[in-house]
Ligand binder design. Structure first.
Ligand SMILES: Nc1ncnc2c1ncn2[C@@H]1O[C@H](COP(=O)(O)OP(=O)(O)OP(=O)(O)O)[C@@H](O)[C@H]1O
Ligand SMILES: O=P(O)(O)OC[C@H]1O[C@H](OP(=O)(O)OP(=O)(O)O)[C@H](O)[C@@H]1O
Ligand SMILES: O=C(O)c1cccnc1
Length: 489
C-alpha cells in the first residue's frame, strides 16, 4: 500500500461512505443531480463539557474541494463494483457522469480559529444536490477531528495561562493522518510547537524537543550523558532529570549548565517526566535559582491534560513549559465531536427555495431549516450573542430577538447598533476559490484573539456559563411551523 505522497494531491474522491455513491447514483437515475440544494454542517454540543469550540480544518476542506475529481483509477474501481446479482453496481453512463463532474458549489464557512457554538453552521454548501451530498462524509471527517483537537488544545493552553504548551502526541496519535491533522489543529488551538517533524515540514509549525530516558541510559552515568548532549546540542539543552533520581539529576544538570556557561552558552532548562510534578518542579526551581539559572525553564510532562495543568497551577508548581501528548492528540475524554451535515433547503421546479426539516423524537435532533448565516454581536468589545438568521431576511434595524433553538422560553433581545460580524465567509463561488487562505500562524493568532473577546465564564473548564445562541424570530417561526406541519402529516 502506498501512502499519499503529498497530502491531498492524489484523488481522495472515494474517501466517502458508500451510501453517498448509492444515493448519487439514485439521484442520477431520478434526474435530481443538478437540483440546487443547501446543506449545513454543525455540531450539537460543545466537546469536553466545555463552553466553547474552536473551528479548525477548513484549509483541508479547501484542498479537498479543489481536488474533488474522480480520476481514472477511481472510475475503474467503481465500474468493477458488482451488486449481489453479479451485475455492475453502476451503469457506465453514471461512471462517465462522475468522471465529467466538476466541482461547482458555493461554500461559505467560519474561518479556522473562530470560537463557535452548538447549532450554528460551520460550513454551508450550496450547489447541485449530488455534489453537496458527496461532500458530506469527507467534510465531516475533516472538520470533526480538527475542530475537536483545536478545542482541546485551546482548553489546555487556557489552563496553562499563556505558558508554552509543546505537543508531544505523535507516538500515541490515531495513525499517520490522525497525527498530522492533530499536530496542525493543536497548533491552531494554542500549542506553541510540535514534536512531529513531518507536521513541521508540511504545515510550517515550529518543531521542538528535548531528549528521552534512552539517551541517559545509553551512558554509564547521567553526568556523562548530559555532557555529551551539551557537546552535541549546546543551544538546545533541556536535560531530562528523572531517569534515576530527580535531585541528583538536577545537580548534574546544574553542573553541565555551568560548563555551558563557561562556553558562552545557556542551558535552556530541565524536564521532569515522573513523580509529583508540583514537588519536583518546586525543587527544580529552587535549585536552579540558587545556582543562578533564573532563566532556565522547568518543563513537565507525563499524562497531562487541562485538569492536571489547572491543578498544578493551583498547587503553585514551578512549571513554565508543558509537554502534552496522548490526552491532547487523542482527545482522550471525548474521542469525537459529533458534528452532522444536514439538508437545509432545496430549490423547487419554480426556482423557489423550499426549507427542509428533519423531525425527530428528540428536539435537539431537529435541524434548523433554510438558507442561514450567523451574526455575532459584541457589547463593548465582548461577544454577547450569536444569531442564526435566514440570509434573505436580515433584521438589523429592528434590533432582533433571538430564541433558543431547543428551549423557546429562552429569549434575548439584541440592542440596536451593537458591533457585529457575519461568521460565514465566502470560500467558493461556482467552484472557484474566492478566499485567501491564511497562514497557519495567522489562524493561531485568530484563536487567541477570538478567545480574548469572550467572557471568562464561558471559558472555565467545569460547568461553564452557556453562551447565548438563538434563532432570529422569523427563522424560529419558520422552524416551528415546519415542525407542526410535519407532525400533522
Ligand atoms: N502534584 C500533582 N498533582 C496532581 N497530579 C500529579 C501531580 N504530579 C504528577 N501528577 C500526575 O499523576 C500521574 C502520575 O502517574 P504515575 O504514578 O503513573 O507517574 P509516575 O510517578 O510517573 O511514573 P511513570 O510515568 O514513570 O510510571 C500523572 O498523570 C501525572 O501527570
Ligand atoms: O505523557 P504524554 O502526554 O503522552 O506525553 C508524552 C510522553 O511521551 C514520552 O514518554 P513515553 O510516554 O513514551 O514513555 P514514559 O512515559 O515511560 O516516559 C514523554 O516522556 C512523555 O511522558
Ligand atoms: O521532545 C520531547 O521531550 C518529547 C517528544 C515526544 C514525546 N515525549 C517527549
Amino acid at each position: 500500500m502506498k501512502i499519499t505522497k503529498d497530502l491531498y494531491q492524489g484523488s481522495l474522491a472515494l474517501l466517502t461512505d458508500f451510501y453517498q455513491l448509492t444515493m448519487a447514483y439514485a439521484y442520477w437515475k431520478s434526474g435530481k443531480t443538478e437540483q440546487e440544494a443547501v446543506f449545513n454542517l454543525f455540531f450539537r454540543k460543545n466537546p469536553f463539557q466545555g463552553g466553547f469550540t474552536i473551528a479548525a480544518g477548513l484549509d483541508y476542506v479547501i484542498d479537498y474541494c479543489r481536488n474533488f475529481k474522480y480520476d481514472q483509477n477511481d472510475l475503474d474501481y467503481l465500474r468493477n463494483m458488482k451488486g449481489k446479482s453479479g451485475e455492475p453496481m453502476f451503469e457506465d453512463a453514471f461512471i462517465n457522469y462522475l468522471g465529467d463532474m466538476k466541482f461547482s458549489c458555493d461554500i461559505d464557512a467560519v474561518e479556522e480559529g473562530t470560537v463557535v457554538f452548538p447549532n450554528t453552521p460551520l460550513i454551508r454548501v450550496k450547489g447541485p444536490l449530488v455534489q453537496c451530498q458527496l461532500l458530506e462524509t469527507p467534510l465531516l471527517n475533516i472538520l470533526n477531528f480538527q475542530t475537536l483537537i483545536a478545542t482541546k488544545a485551546a482548553r489546555i493552553t487556557l489552563a496553562a495561562g499563556g505558558e508554552d504548551v509543546l505537543e508531544f502526541g505523535l507516538r500515541r496519535a490515531q495513525g499517520i493522518d490522525g497525527a498530522l491533522a492533530a499536530s496542525r489543529a493543536a497548533y491552531i488551538g494554542g500549542c506553541s510547537s510540535t514534536s512531529n517533524v513531518m507536521a513541521g515540514k508540511l504545515f510550517g509549525i515550529p518543531v521542538s524537543g528535548t531528549h528521552a530516558h534512552s539517551w541517559i541510559m545509553s551512558f554509564d552515568t547521567e553526568l556523562e550523558a548530559f555532557e555529551a548532549y551539551a557537546e552535541a546540542m549546546p543551544d538546545n539543552c533541556v536535560f531530562l532529570v528523572d531517569t534515576y533520581d530527580t535531585y541528583t539529576g538536577l545537580l548534574n544538570a546544574i553542573k553541565v549548565g555551568k560548563k555551558l556557561q563557561e562556553r558562552g552558552k545557556q542551558m535552556v532548562g530541565v524536564r521532569i517526566d515522573s513523580g509529583d510534578l508540583a514537588y519536583y518542579s518546586n525543587m527544580a526551581r529552587e535549585m536552579l535559582d540558587s545556582a543562578g539559572f533564573h532563566e532556565a525553564k522547568v518543563v513537565a510532562s507525563n499524562d497531562l491534560d487541562e485538569y492536571l495543568v489547572f491543578s498544578l497551577k493551583v498547587q503553585e508548581a514551578s512549571i513554565n513549559v508543558w509537554g502534552i501528548g496522548t490526552k491532547l492528540v487523542t482527545a482522550y475524554d471525548q474521542p469525537a465531536l459529533g458534528a452532522v451535515y444536514k439538508l437545509a433547503a432545496i430549490k423547487d421546479q419554480q426556482g423557489n427555495w423550499e426549507p427542509k426539516l428533519k423531525v425527530s423524537q428528540q428536539t435537539i435532533k431537529i435541524n434548523i431549516p433554510g438558507f442561514q448565516n450567523v451574526r455575532r454581536y459584541y457589547r463593548k468589545g465582548v461577544a454577547s450573542a450569536d444569531m442564526i438568521f435566514l440570509e434573505d431576511q436580515q433584521n438589523e434595524e429592528k434590533g432582533p430577538l433571538i430564541i433558543d433553538p431547543i428551549d423557546p422560553t429562552k429569549r434575548k433581545k439584541i440592542d440596536i447598533g451593537l458591533e457585529s460580524e457575519l461568521l460565514l465567509k465566502p470560500i467558493f463561488r461556482h467552484g472557484e476559490k474566492v478566499y485567501a487562505r491564511p497562514e497557519i500562524h495567522e489562524i493561531k493568532n485568530r484563536t487567541k484573539a477570538n478567545l480574548e473577546r469572550f467572557d471568562k465564564a464561558h471559558k472555565r473548564l467545569v460547568n461553564p456559563h452557556i453562551y447565548p445562541v438563538g434563532l432570529e424570530e422569523s427563522l424560529f417561526n419558520l422552524k416551528t411551523n415546519l415542525v407542526l406541519k410535519a407532525k400533522n402529516q
